[in-house]
Write a protein that binds this ligand. Sequence first.
Ligand code: CU
Length: 87
Amino acid sequence: MNDLEVGIYKKNTMMDYPAVDGMNVTVEPTMPSMGHGSPNNVNPVFTTKGHYKGKVNFTMTGDWRLDFTISGDGSTFANHAIIDVLF
Ligand SMILES: [Cu+2]
């Protein structure tokens, strides 16, 4: 079980990226090459200044994919935002 911390920022201009607070974030880890996920993950919860903390359970070594959704205020801002991780 691993701590997971993500930061969410909004691009206003090329020089202005304010933190985004109070979003609903989900994360789902999978190993696409092996066709399984993992149990007992904890969706990231807002802490402060655009940061969100959760937990992700890498049950074995290898190639993992983190699939995030970010929503709030009745809109989905990111759906299937992917980060690939070699664990
Ligand atoms: Cu596996």
